[in-house]
Design a protein around this ligand. Structure first.
Ligand code: URP
Ligand code: ZN
Ligand code: ZN
Length: 457
């Protein structure tokens, strides 16, 4: 990228402070930040950012593009998913490698990286462990050396397919601690969920509404308790994904206070949507995800906990399906509805609107939650997640006063519906720069020559 851009007079918000300054960008990197920088003969474009905020491009460390499920692949592949991401100001994503039961993580990694070739934004990959056997440690070590993976995901739910039982999760955590890897955990107690599922189905309670009753708060709370005790036992660094209950978040907070390193992530949906949506029989299927949406009161407490710095990251867990996949005529019961919703495109604008504009979180918190903390936790900082000399020029410029109503037909995601359609949100980004290229300018996209790179963390 040989464009030399000068961004003038904006308010730069980083996790560690706010300053009004000019930013000089060259060859895709930020090369200078100062109170006044004058254009040179090399300057190809000057952007007036007076009265605008400038923040690091979003990092969403929890997305599922082209995820294979029993209901077919998720609606977004790496191309459309990354287009959707950048349309909402996310300039780096982290997706997952999920090996088949008979496949090594290393083999699955290279296949997944091939699929990710069409990604428009820079990306990294978390490994997932879906089985554990005698050769697993050697495979893992080999994979880490070859690929630069620094994080692994395990699922306490879904033990019939990709999930692991507690004894194997413990082995993964011991191995991860030896290899210096962070373990991401999907915390839902599979026994509780399975028992509820069986009971509900036996009673003829098969409709989509019953999905959330089968996955109550206690399933998440029990699982979080177990994971915290495993983290203590194994000294493994843990990152709990999509925390949906205030009780679970409180447990993590207490563990941290006692010196057990557990990072916590919640998702935008758990902060602004609630389980009253499951009463809408016509649209209920479209809101099915795991863990499910919680009560309005739980949602409000979760937001309060966010204001008290309980969470490290707000992700989207972007996992969209088309309505035909969510509600096809072959679905006999709620177990067959694919789990997941979209959100990568709306995460920043909704969090700014509900969090910053409504005075629940500060500006530097916003940057930490949407970008910097993920960069630090997953080894991408300060190349990503920071506006500073030497960092990649991934930059969002926006007017904090602007708001609009989100409209599905204007979104880039490939799925045919979005649960946030019709909601009020901030306008983020107004201008988006990725590695020095102006990719969005007031609704006009220029993604020519844009190509995401795999980030060795
Ligand atoms: O329902 C969800 N969240 N689907 C995506 C996969 C996962 O469990 O994170
Ligand atoms: Zn999950
Ligand atoms: Zn997920």
């Amino acid at each position: 990228m040989s464009n030399s851009l000068l961004v003038k007079s904006g308010t730069i918000i980083n996790h560690d402070g706010i300053e009004k300054a000019d930013i000089l960008i060259d060859h895709g990197k930020i090369i200078d930040i100062a109170s006044v920088i004058n254009p040179s003969s090399k300057t190809t474009e000057i952007i007036d950012a007076h009265s605008k905020y400038i923040i690091p491009g979003g990092i969403d460390p929890h997305v599922h593009f082209a995820l294979k499920t029993a209901s077919g692949k998720t609606a977004d592949n790496f191309y459309s998913g990354s287009l959707s991401a950048l349309a909402g100001g996310t300039t780096t994503i982290i997706d997952f490698v999920t090996p088949e039961k008979n496949e090594t993580l290393g083999d699955a990694f290279f296949k997944r990286k091939q699929e990710a070739e069409s990604c428009l934004v820079d990306y990294a990959l978390h490994g997932s462990v879906t089985t554990w056997h005698d050769n697993s440690f050697a495979d893992l070590k080999n994979c880490v050396e070859k690929t630069g993976i620094t994080s692994l995901k395990v699922y306490m739910a879904y033990t019939d397919s990709i999930g692991l039982h507690k004894r194997d999760i413990e082995k993964v955590m011991f191995a991860a601690a030896r290899l210096n890897l962070t373990v991401l955990v999907h915390c839902e107690d599979d026994m509780i969920v399975k028992n509820n599922q069986q009971k509900l189905i036996k009673e003829g309670k098969t409709g989509a509404f019953y999905h959330h009753l089968s996955r109550p708060a206690e399933a998440e709370i029990n699982a979080i308790k177990e994971v915290i005790s495993l983290a203590q036992k194994t000294s493994c660094i843990v990152y709990i994904v999509h925390v949906s209950t205030p009780e679970g978040a409180q447990l993590i907070r207490e563990a941290n206070a006692e010196g057990v390193k557990v990072f916590s992530e919640t998702c935008i949906q758990y902060l602004i949507l609630d389980n009253s949506l499951y009463n809408n029989t016509e649209l209920c299927n479209n809101y099915i995800l795991s863990p499910p949406l919680r009560s309005p009161a739980q949602k409000d407490i979760l937001f309060k906990q966010l204001s008290e710095n309980t969470f490290d990251v707000i992700s989207s867990d972007h996992c969209p399906f088309n309505s035909s996949q969510k509600s096809n005529s072959e679905i006999m019961n709620f177990l067959q509805i694919p789990n997941g919703i979209a959100g990568v495109e709306n995460r920043l604008s909704l969090l700014f609107h509900h969090g910053v504009i409504r005075n629940k979180i500060g500006l530097t918190d916003f940057v930490n939650l949407t970008s910097t903390n993920a960069a630090k936790i997953f080894g991408l900082y300060p190349q990503k997640g920071y506006i500073g000399k030497g960092s990649d020029a991934d930059i969002i410029i926006f007017n904090p006063q602007d708001k609009h109503i989100l409209q599905k037909e204007k979104m880039k995601l490939a799925a045919d519906y979005c649960v946030y359609d019709g909601m009020e949100a901030a306008v983020i980004p107004e201008i988006l720069i990725i590695k020095g290229q102006i990719v969005i300018k007031r609704g006009v996209f220029n993604i020519k020559n844009l190509k995401g790179k795999y980030l060795r963390k």
